[in-house]
Design a protein around this ligand. Structure first.
Ligand code: APR
Ligand code: PHB
Length: 390
């Protein structure tokens, strides 16, 4: 039987960040990932990092490429029916955000892990967790058609929403909270220069749209679509027409579109599982919570969970204290709920809700108007968007 100190399930950003932090601190760990590394890197996700998340990556020693290639954004543009209002983070709260794709974060972490010679097993599907409440828990996984067993002190469940970790906690010990939204986001990646300097979050009568970017030569754009829509119904031409109709005539006029290199639809959902720990199992990232992408918080929450768990494990292995581990869930959930609230609010503020009554429509319009005209309201938005302190 294999043995390690921390068994990490999942090689998404949460698992890889934790693995790197622990490895650097001399804490032995093994990452088990169901998919191939290429498959993991093929998933296109958000790309906005809070300063706190960059700091975690810096602590992990994985910022070399980020420091040269990432873009610093000092604000966002909120547009309504084509009229633009800039939210100036720098002047409102003195902070900025970093635009760098989650795929690139994952790639950098994978390379750092390989260079460090830390153990990762890809195409290793964890099938069960054993003895979670005992001293030496074990995970069993299938790799190359054979079943293997890994014994450890702690299990880090970084295996996303569909993973096996959260499901291993007895339902009597777990509370879940959920909100689904009656629409999804259709996203397109294309190798064309953005016609915008900062991200544009656009509310329009036709629905929400977001103009984002990955680099000076690559855009990521989204439109709100009905939940039933399928990617096949959306040719590139249809997508760009709809995006341009929502984003504002001025931007549309100067934007040269190009062929999509990725196109996918994701439903929007808020989800929280409490507590984020059970016995020797600790959940981090999407395994414990999901936020709609409107506030760009998913990856940043994964980073803060991992940082808290890292600190707790460090205190345990260095000083033999368990207080950090015992308080992990409570500490992480405080920040999780703040981001869940903000993401819900941004989503509610900017989307068109089918079947909404006229009163609610007026309330939402009035709230957006308030954000456009009140420095106090803009400060609240800015403070949350750049990220609450870790
Ligand atoms: N065994 C091994 N690996 C598994 C298993 C399993 N049984 N189940 C799932 N996994 C793997 C998945 O294949 C995936 O690569 O766990 C990984 C989880 O990674 P992510 O889904 O990227 O989750 P996380 O690391 O928490 O990252 C959170 O991803 O979805 C976005 O918005 C979210 O940006 C946030 C980030
Ligand atoms: C992205 O670039 O994919 C992105 C940016 C900001 C968001 C969501 C997604 O809020």
């Amino acid at each position: 039987m294999l043995r390690t100190q921390v068994a990490i399930i999942g090689a998404g950003p949460a698992g890889l960040m934790l693995g790197q932090l622990l490895h650097n601190a001399g804490i032995d760990n093994v990452v088990l990932e169901r998919r191939t590394a290429e498959y993991v890197l093929g998933r296109i996700r958000a790309g906005v990092l809070e300063q706190g998340s960059v700091d975690v990556l810096r602590t992990a020693g994985v910022v070399e490429r980020l420091d040269t290639e990432a873009l610093t954004h000092a604000g966002i543009d909120l547009s309504r029916d084509g009229q633009h209002h800039r939210i100036d983070f720098k002047s409102l709260v003195g902070r900025t955000v970093t635009v760098y794709g989650q795929t690139e974060v994952t790639r950098d972490l994978m390379q750092a892990r390989q260079a460090a010679g830390a153990a990762s097993v890809y195409e290793a599907e964890v099938v069960a967790l054993h003895g979670i409440t005992e001293q030496k828990p074990r995970v069993t996984y299938r790799h190359n058609g054979e079943e293997h067993e890994l014994e450890c002190d702690f299990i880090a469940g970084c295996d996303g929403y569909h993973g096996v970790s959260r499901k291993s906690i007895p339902s009597s010990a777990l509370k879940t909270f959920e909100r689904s939204y009656p629409f999804g986001w259709l996203g397109v990646l294309a190798d064309v220069p953005p016609a915008w300097d900062e991200l544009i979050y656009a509310s329009s009568a036709r629905g929400f749209a977001l103009a984002s970017m990955r680099s000076p030569t690559r855009v990521r754009c989204y439109v709100q679509v009905p939940l039933e829509d399928r990617v096949e119904q959306w040719s590139d031409e249809r997508f760009w027409d709809e995006f341009k109709a929502r984003i504002g005539a001025d931007v549309a006029a100067r934007f040269e579109t190009g062929p999509s290199i990725e196109k996918s639809i994701a439903p929007l959902r808020s989800f929280v599982a409490e507590p984020m720990q059970y016995g020797h199992l600790f959940l981090a990232g999407d395994a414990a919570h999901i936020v709609p992408p409107t506030g760009a918080k998913g990856l940043n929450l994964a980073a803060s969970d991992v940082f808290y768990l890292y600190e707790a494990l460090l205190a345990y292995y260095r000083q033999g204290t368990r207080t950090g581990l015992d308080g992990y869930s409570e500490r992480a959930l405080r920040r999780v709920w703040q981001s869940v609230r903000f993401s819900w609010w941004m989503t509610s503020l900017l989307h068109q809700f089918p079947d909404e009554d006229a009163f609610t429509t007026h309330i939402r319009r009035s709230e957006l108007e308030y954000v456009f005209t009140s420095t106090a309201a803009q400060t609240v938005l800015a403070e949350n968007y750049v990220g609450l302190p870790l």
